[in-house]
Design a protein around this ligand. Structure first.
Ligand code: GTP
Ligand code: MG
Length: 467
C-alpha cells in the first residue's frame, strides 16, 4: 500500500517583493505631492465646501420616481427594490435617518420639476406635514438644475440625488492615499459640474475657474497614472513569484469581503453592512485544496445609476481585477434583483476591460451565489451557492477555483519521479507546489512527487534535471 505523505506547506514559496533602492524615497516624495494635491488647493476646496458638504445629521424622505413605460422604464428592478437600495445608501451615512419613503410613477424623467402638478401636490402635503424631515433624497442618477431649483423651492429643504449621496459615501470611506486620490477625481467632476450649473460667472471669471479645474484634473490624473505604474510594477513582481491571482468582484454589499475572509481565515478583514465598505483593492493569501497558494483581490463594489466617470476613477485599482487569472463574481442571491445587478457588473467589467486593453475578461469569470443561508435550499440559481456566514459550499468553490486556475494559467498537475533528498526535489519545493510525495515502489531511491507547476518552470526543470 502506498503511504501518502502530506508535506508541510510552510516550506513552500515565500513571497518576497524586492523593489529598487530609490523606490522608497521616491514614494515619500509622491506622498508629499499627493498630500499637497488633496489638501492645499484652497480655491477648489471652497467650491467643495459649498457644493458637496452635507450636514452631519439629517432625517430624510426618500422619493423613488419610476417611469411606467417607454425607453426610460427601468427593466429588471422594481421601484421597491430601488427604494431598498436607496435606504441602504442613506443608512451608510452616519447619523442620517430615513423618515419615510414613497414611489411615484412618472411619464418621463425630463419634466422641469420632475413630477407633474398632481404628484407634486401630494408630495408637498406628505412632506410638509412631516416636521422631522429636513432633506429629500430623490433616487435618480443626477437631477437637472431646473429640477433641483424647482424642487427646493417647492419643499423648502435640500434635495439630493444619487450622485451626491454616493459621492459622500466614497469620501467618507476613502482611507488610503490611493483611494483618496481616486475619490478626489470623482469629486472634481461632481464639483465642476455643480459649480458651472449654480454660479453665474462672467466670461473672464468663468475662464479662470475653468482653468483651475483643468489644472487640478491634470494633477490628479498624473498622480493616478503614477499609481497605475506602481501597481503594474507590483503586478510584475507578483507574476515573478508565480502566485495565481483571483479577483473578487461584484455589486456593492454582495458579500465579497466576507467571502475572502471565509476563504482565507484572515481576521483583519472587516465586512460591513454598508455600501462601498471597501474602496481599496487589497490582496489576501489563501490556499487551494492541493496546497496551491493563491492571492484573492478584494475590490470596490459596483452600483448602477451613477455617472460612468465615477467608476472609471477607480480604474487604477480595478485594473488589478480585470488582469487577474480568475475573476470571481460574487452575486448576492438573497437580493431579489440579483439578475439586474449581474448585468450591471458584467457591463462594467466589459468597459473596464476595454480601458485596460484586455479582451478575455468574460472567459475568466467564475460566478458564485453568496448568502445562500438566506434563501430556501431548493432554489436553483444556476450557479454554485455559498454562505460565508455558515461555511456552506466553500470547499467546492476552492476546487472550482483551482480547476480554473490550472486551465487559465498554464499550470499542470504532474507526477515527477526524482531521487530522494536530491537537488531536483529541493528545486521543485522552491519553484512549484508539491502536493505530496510517495515512495517509488519500483526503486526505493526515488519518490514520485505530485506537483502543480507552470509551463515555464517545467521547461526550466527539464533543462536542469533531465538526463
Ligand atoms: N446572511 C449572510 N450575510 C452575509 C453573508 N456574506 C456577507 N453577508 C453580509 O452582507 C453584508 C455585506 O458584506 P461584505 O462582505 O462587506 O460585502 P462587500 O461585497 O464586500 O461590500 P462592499 O465592500 O461594500 O462592496 C455584511 O453585513 C455581511 O455580514 C452570508 O453568507 N450570509
Ligand atoms: Mg467589501
Amino acid at each position: 500500500m502506498n503511504i501518502l505523505r502530506r508535506l508541510p506547506l510552510v516550506t513552500q514559496i515565500k513571497p518576497k517583493l524586492t523593489l529598487h533602492k530609490g523606490f522608497f524615497s521616491q514614494k515619500r516624495n509622491d506622498e508629499r505631492l499627493y498630500d499637497e494635491i488633496l489638501n492645499d488647493d484652497s480655491e477648489y476646496l471652497s467650491f467643495t465646501e459649498k457644493y458637496l458638504k452635507l450636514d452631519p445629521s439629517k432625517t430624510c424622505y426618500i422619493i423613488q420616481p419610476y417611469v411606467k413605460w417607454g425607453p426610460q422604464k427601468k427593466e429588471g428592478i422594481t421601484p421597491e427594490e430601488q427604494l431598498d437600495e436607496a435606504k441602504a445608501l442613506v443608512n451608510t451615512l452616519p447619523s442620517w435617518d430615513v423618515e419615510d419613503t414613497i414611489t411615484v410613477p412618472l411619464e418621463s424623467l425630463d419634466k422641469k420639476a420632475l413630477f407633474g402638478s398632481g404628484s407634486l401636490e401630494k408630495l408637498r402635503q406628505l412632506i410638509r406635514g412631516n416636521a422631522g424631515v429636513n432633506a429629500i433624497f430623490i433616487n435618480v442618477g443626477t437631477l437637472k438644475k431646473s429640477q433641483l431649483l424647482n424642487l427646493e423651492k417647492e419643499f423648502g429643504v435640500p434635495i439630493l440625488d444619487r450622485y451626491k449621496i454616493v459621492m459622500q459615501i466614497l469620501k467618507l470611506h476613502a482611507v488610503s492615499k490611493h483611494a483618496k486620490l481616486q475619490v478626489a477625481l470623482a469629486e472634481l467632476y461632481y464639483v465642476q459640474r455643480t459649480t458651472f450649473r449654480e454660479e453665474n460667472f462672467g466670461k473672464p471669471e468663468r475662464e479662470k475657474v475653468k482653468l483651475m479645474f483643468q489644472n487640478r484634473e491634470q494633477k490628479l490624473k498624473n498622480a493616478i497614472k503614477e499609481l497605475r505604474a506602481e501597481r503594474a510594477l507590483l503586478r510584475n513582481k507578483r507574476q515573478k513569484i508565480d502566485y495565481p491571482v483571483v479577483a473578487v468582484v461584484g455589486y456593492t454589499n454582495a458579500g465579497k469581503t466576507s467571502l475572502i475572509k471565509a476563504l482565507t481565515g484572515e481576521e483583519k478583514l472587516k465586512p460591513r453592512n454598508q455600501l462601498f465598505a471597501t474602496l481599496d483593492v487589497t490582496m489576501h493569501e489563501g490556499m487551494l485544496p492541493s496546497g496551491l497558494k493563491v492571492l484573492y483581490v478584494d475590490t470596490v463594489g459596483f452600483i448602477s445609476d451613477i455617472p460612468t466617470n465615477l467608476i472609471e476613477c477607480f480604474v487604477a485599482t480595478l485594473e488589478d481585477a480585470v488582469l487577474a487569472d480568475v475573476i470571481l463574481h460574487v452575486e448576492d442571491i438573497a437580493s431579489t434583483c440579483f439578475e439586474f445587478k449581474r448585468k450591471h457588473v458584467l457591463d462594467t467589467l466589459r468597459d473596464l476591460a476595454a480601458k485596460a486593453q484586455t479582451s478575455d475578461v468574460l472567459n475568466k469569470i467564475v460566478s458564485v451565489g453568496s448568502k445562500c443561508d438566506l434563501v430556501p435550499r431548493e432554489v436553483n440559481v444556476g450557479m454554485l451557492k455559498v454562505s460565508s456566514k455558515n461555511d456552506i459550499g466553500l470547499d467546492v468553490l476552492r476546487l472550482k477555483l483551482e480547476e480554473c486556475i490550472l486551465s487559465n494559467t498554464n499550470r499542470k498537475k504532474l507526477k515527477i519521479r526524482v531521487p530522494i533528498g536530491s537537488e531536483a526535489i529541493r528545486w521543485l519545493y522552491k519553484n512549484s507546489t508539491v502536493i505530496c510525495e510517495i515512495p517509488d515502489e519500483k526503486n526505493s531511491q526515488f519518490v514520485l512527487a505530485d506537483v502543480i507547476i507552470t509551463h515555464g518552470k517545467l521547461s526550466q526543470f527539464k533543462h536542469h534535471f533531465s538526463p
